[in-house]
Design a protein around this ligand. Structure first.
Ligand SMILES: Cc1cc2nc3c(=O)[nH]c(=O)nc-3n(C[C@H](O)[C@H](O)[C@H](O)COP(=O)(O)OP(=O)(O)OC[C@H]3O[C@@H](n4cnc5c(N)ncnc54)[C@H](O)[C@@H]3O)c2cc1C
Length: 298
């Protein structure tokens, strides 16, 4: 990211919300469930699976989590009714992790039971470092009760290799990502090269130990490393998939699918688009140009 892009990224919170909304629109299906279902059906037609999520995180009132559970239950029912090839993924802090851990656990359990009735899967996302222990603890408590639950490991975290070595013992279904949250050097790799080496190592550990792996990245070097590992270990197609975000690197996802791998696109929706949009825009190297163009349009 150039210096100018970095400055724009840092000053994004000062950019008017309607401008952020416009620039972020490729990353979000829309505000309503119907928007999500429409995009999901289109992706399915193009040969991609879907991971649907409602935008929301770090809620401060229990009612917000209760509302999120209701919305996700309705979404599961509609995905099943419309035979969408997809699953849902949920953020623990959206379901109340920061308010009350047992309340959050019950919320995730409710969704797992609802998804299980529809034959669908639920992945628990990983948020910033203070959430990791509680999220893994919740996963280990739910795993004996449910087969349709997965978790996420972040390659930037120094602890992740140790976490993965525990997760394989319960045959966990794990999404590996770099990790979107900025973490201190004492607990996280900050050198991009080390994050990438750790990423490749985590994928290899998981696949080698028989776990199912979702390889979530738009970094072609990591896609390359993962495909070599898959080939070398003769991993069958039902044990791995690649995952990318809506609006990011669509040409790469087409190449990966064209090479015969399964690809899932993560599609967020809902009215709480602002924090998600800021994080996505901060990751976009062309951000300054986009924001400037949009400012002139407004
Ligand atoms: C399906 C999925 C689920 C995820 N779940 C989690 C999670 O639970 N917890 C978590 O902490 N993180 C999660 N992430 C985010 C992830 O950790 C990374 O921050 C993000 O995917 C960028 O990392 P990358 O591997 O694509 O590599 P990067 O090196 O960041 O990017 C690789 C390439 O993709 C391009 N790119 C990346 N982002 C953008 C963008 N917004 N716009 C345009 N180009 C872009 C860059 O130009 C670069 O060339 C998830 C990502 C995906 C794809």
């Amino acid at each position: 990211m150039g210096v100018f892009d970095r400055v724009v990224a840092m000053t994004l919170p000062l950019v008017p919300k309607p401008v952020v909304r416009r620039v972020a629109s490729p990353y979000i299906a829309g505000e309503r469930m119907d928007d999500l279902l429409r995009i999901a059906e289109g992706l399915n037609r193009d040969g991609y699976r879907v991971a649907a999520a409602m935008l929301g995180e770090f809620v401060t009132r229990r009612e917000e989590s209760v509302e999120a559970v209701r919305e996700y239950e309705a979404l599961l029912a509609r995905m099943s009714e419309r035979r969408i090839d997809g699953y849902i993924h949920v953020k623990p802090t959206h379901l109340g992790l920061k308010l009350d851990k047992s309340f959050c656990l019950e919320n995730v359990r409710t969704l797992l039971a609802a998804a299980s009735r529809q034959g669908l899967f639920v992945r628990i996302d990983m948020e910033d470092s203070p959430c990791i222990d509680d999220t893994l603890d919740m996963y280990y408590r739910l795993r004996p009760e449910f087969d349709n639950v997965g978790v996420v490991i972040q390659a930037r975290m120094r602890r992740s290799l140790a976490d993965v070595r525990e997760l394989v013992k319960v045959k966990a279904n794990v999404r590996v990502c770099k990790g979107i949250y900025i973490e201190p050097h004492s607990i996280a790799f900050t050198d991009p090269e080390l994050i990438n080496r750790n990423y490749a190592l985590l994928v290899e550990e998981l696949l080698g130990a028989g776990s199912s792996v979702a390889i979530a990245t738009h970094d072609e070097r990591l896609v390359f490393e993962a495909t070599r590992t898959i080939e070398r270990l003769s991993v069958s197609q039902d044990r791995y998939e690649f995952q990318m975000l809506l609006g990011v690197m669509a040409p790469l996802r087409a190449l990966v699918r064209g090479a015969g791998h399964r690809v899932r696109v993560a599609v967020p929706y809902g009215p709480n688009w602002y924090p998600y949009s800021l994080r996505r825009l901060r990751k976009n190297p062309a951000i300054a140009g986009y924001v400037l163009k949009s400012l002139f349009k407004s």
